[in-house]
Ligand binder design. Structure first.
Ligand code: NAP
Length: 538
């Protein structure tokens, strides 16, 4: 579709993606007086929250914390209605922000970036789209999100299936009715665990095809208490300040005791309180060594396993739902509403596709190695090519025409998760090697966007045209990311954090596990030292 005659549009910066990251990046760069264009595949703003419209879609970070902090008036004015925000409510919020900041006039919707090539002679990025447009810009900011490229396993015969198929991450805009239908859900990660209880209420029969059970903790979602909101808003600046220096981007203090250093009854009480409070964070911060010591972790994991046994009435189903293959928290802990209890419903059946995998689809359903299932609808809750998938879908080329795909053939390499050696003036918001998915991502996004904008302002002030990570700084950072990950239990899980969910993807622990606060300090220190580890060009 590339039209070589089309005019090249000259810009200061191209931003790819109009989710939380791209929207704020546009606002900040405009504030610097830059001419910016955002390119977005969706028809509207929202990023992951634009695409993930499946029934039950909800964030696992609390509403009051899962929103921008850069605009004190916005955070005071906006009224969240529930403890955990639903997808429609987050989208309404982002729509409101786009209106408030008048963002849409600089966003091109329904358009995908296909390539971004660095022109060494001109010191500019040439960015092309599937609509045949070409942009030339000094800076290119990848605000592509960590979970944007969906993954559907290539099951034999899937195209022959005559029923309806859906992927949670590409859900239709119109409501989908499952009333009276025989539905199959494949996958039991966060998406599957959210969609299952809602679809179970409509479907005549629901089969949940599970390969690996996950830990899930109840959200205890509900309407927000106006007094709580008032109180929270009166302390917003303090909450935000705490979140910025915290480990996970939420203002929760970690208990510095070892889980093994307290009497079992005391530990039990603490875990009960965390379970009653709901969400993953209270459990994760209960003791300092839960993510570092297997024995300590086992005390919390066993607590959740016991809860599963208490909730699920059929012991065989309860056992199948019980995770034993990874320490608690080393895969993203799911946060649910009635997930385990849903398996007590007479119309819901758990199918173990670990012992008898899905072999093929047929015109009327699917077959596992053990049985055939007649289905009207199949929901793929099979996840994403996370963290690198979307970046590598774009043909990104840096100095000497080197492609990012080649450079990252053995796994992603970045400096601070923000910059790639050999790719000047390219910034990756929440890129691999930064806390991103291990945090309240809005906090991490704001930090990256602000750091990037400050860096661009500094370049201008100092009269530099380019900035890029040095190969040495990048190498050291990659080694540091690995070293820190190896002090934790995270690498023990076959998770999408390590690329293990995609056959053939290099196994590298991609996020930075050192914590949001310490990571921010490192990034600020780099800037203070004149962008240590970067090379600038006139
Ligand atoms: P996911 O965690 O990668 O889960 C994918 C599921 O599909 C897994 O259960 C996986 O089983 C299964 N699967 C994949 N291939 C299969 C096959 N060939 N046969 C059978 N099962 C197969 O993906 P997700 O649930 O979409 O979640 C991804 C991330 O998005 C989450 O971890 C979270 O960070 C984010 N998310 C957040 C929320 C929230 O805020 N509440 C909601 C949804 C998503 P295996 O484990 O055996 O591979």
């Amino acid at each position: 579709m590339n039209d070589s005659n089309a005019a090249v549009r000259e810009l200061d910066a191209v931003v790819v993606g109009a989710g939380f990251s791209g929207m704020y990046m546009l606002h900040k760069l405009r504030g610097l007086g830059l001419k910016v264009r955002v390119i977005e595949a969706g028809e509207n703003v929202g990023g992951t929250w634009y695409w993930n419209r499946y029934p039950g879609a909800r964030c696992d970070v609390m509403s009051m914390e899962y929103c921008y902090s850069f605009d004190p008036q916005l955070e005071q004015e906006w009224e969240w209605t529930e403890r955990y925000p639903s997808q429609p409510e987050i989208l309404r919020y982002l729509d409101h922000v786009a209106d408030r900041l008048d963002l849409r006039r600089d966003i091109t919707f329904r358009t995908r970036v296909t390539s971004a090539h660095y022109d060494e002679g001109a010191n500019r990025w040439t960015v092309t789209t599937d609509a045949g447009e070409t942009f030339s810009a000094r800076f290119c900011v990848m605000a592509t999100g960590c979970l944007s490229t969906t993954r559907k396993p290539p099951f034999e015969g899937v195209d022959a299936f005559r029923g309806r198929t859906f992927h949670t991450g590409e859900w239709p805009h119109e409501p989908v009715d499952f009333t009276g239908r025989r539905v199959g859900v494949i996958g039991t990660g966060s998406s599957g665990i959210q969609v299952v209880p809602v679809v179970a209420q409509q479907a005549a029969k629901l089969h949940v095809f599970q390969r690996t059970p996950n830990f899930s903790i109840p959200a205890h979602n509900g309407p927000l208490d106006p007094d709580f909101v008032k109180q929270f808003k009166s302390r917003y600046p303090a909450h935000r300040a705490e979140a910025r220096v915290s480990l996970f981007g939420v203002p929760w203090a970690i208990d510095m005791n070892s889980a093994l250093g307290v009497p079992p009854e005391e530990r039990q009480r603490k875990y009960e309180a965390a379970w009653a409070q709901g969400g993953a964070t209270p459990m994760l911060v209960a003791y300092v060594d839960l993510l570092a010591n297997e024995q300590a972790n086992e005390t919390a994991a066993e607590f959740v396993r016991q809860k599963i046994r208490e909730i699920v009435k059929d012991p065989k189903t309860a056992e199948l739902l019980t995770p034993r293959d990874h320490p608690l928290g080393t895969k993203r802990i799911c946060v649910d509403t009635d997930y385990y209890a849903t398996f007590n419903r007479p119309n819901v059946e758990l199918v173990d596709v670990r012992s008898a995998p899905i072999v093929r689809f047929t015109a009327t359903g699917l077959e596992t190695a053990a049985a055939a299932y007649e289905l009207d609808d199949v929901i793929f809750a099979t996840g994403y090519d996370a963290m690198t998938g979307t970046l590598l879908r774009i043909d990104v080329r840096g100095r000497g025409g080197v492609s990012l795909r080649d450079k990252w053939a053995d796994g992603p390499k970045t400096y601070l998760g923000l910059s790639v050696a050999g790719f000047p003036n390219l910034f990756t918001i929440t890129g691999p090697g930064s806390p991103s998915v291990l945090s309240n991502v809005v906090v991490s996004i704001e930090q990256h966007v602000e750091w990037t904008a400050d860096c661009i302002a500094w370049l201008r002030q100092e009269g530099y045209a380019t900035i890029e990570a040095t190969p040495e700084a990048e190498e050291k950072w990659v080694a540091h990311v690995n070293e820190v990950a190896d002090t934790t239990l995270f690498p023990k899980a076959n998770s999408w954090y390590t690329g293990a969910n995609i056959p053939g993807k290099p196994r590298v622990f991609m996020p930075y596990v050192g914590g949001v606060g310490p990571y921010r300090e490192i990034c600020d220190g780099v800037a203070k030292k004149g962008y240590e580890g970067f090379r600038v060009g006139a």
